[in-house]
Design a protein around this ligand. Structure first.
Ligand SMILES: [Zn+2]
Length: 108
């Protein structure tokens, strides 16, 4: 029996002028068989997030894939995977520790 997850998970996101659909699946595998937290498919404007991990990892995984999307759209993909991992950790902590700052940034 499937668990009903009561959660406001986003199902789409804009990155620049690209709209990505966000899919959640119980298992996500790379081409080489490794299990993934998330994955972005630029050619199809899709972000896949694995629900096989705790919600904390799903959230950071989504942020990680969003940063890949930003790197792709605004930065010609010049950041390395290591850079993306570091930025995702840092931004995830920043958002959680300073929600007021994000509210101020998004004000008109
Ligand atoms: Zn990555």
């Amino acid at each position: 029996m499937n668990k009903v997850i009561k959660d406001n998970k986003p199902d789409l996101i804009w990155i620049g002028s690209n709209k990505y659909k966000i899919n959640y699946s119980p298992k996500l595998l790379a081409d080489d068989g490794d299990e993934l937290y998330g994955q972005i498919v630029y050619s199809e404007n899709i972000i896949n997030i694995s629900t096989n991990y705790k919600i904390h990892f799903q959230r950071e995984g989504l942020l990680h894939e969003i940063l890949h999307g930003i790197n792709y759209w605004y930065n010609s993909n010049r950041l390395s995977e290591k850079d993306i991992i570091a930025m995702a950790h840092g931004l995830f902590d920043l958002i959680r520790q300073n929600p007021g700052v994000l509210n101020w940034i998004k004000e008109d």
